[in-house]
Write a protein that binds this ligand. Structure first.
Ligand SMILES: [Zn+2]
Length: 65
């Protein structure tokens, strides 16, 4: 079951889920991290270890902003 991504609260663009194999500074790398990013205005979540967490974080943010 995949949660649906809400559109960007800033520009209304459809969001995309990014999967980064290596991200963050060298001393704090997360392997295979996920985040939701707006291709238009570059709004994004933090990095999460699962896609579900990233989507959940985005949807929570979209609700409050
Ligand atoms: Zn946007």
């Amino acid at each position: 079951m995949t949660e649906k991504l809400k559109p960007c609260p800033f520009c209304g663009e459809k969001l995309r889920l990014q999967n980064n194999h290596y991200s963050g500074p060298l001393w704090k790398r997360i392997n295979n991290s996920f985040r939701v990013e707006c291709p238009k205005c570059n709004a994004s979540t933090y990095e999460f270890t699962t896609a579900e967490k990233a989507i959940e974080a985005w949807n929570r943010r979209a609700d409050t902003e």
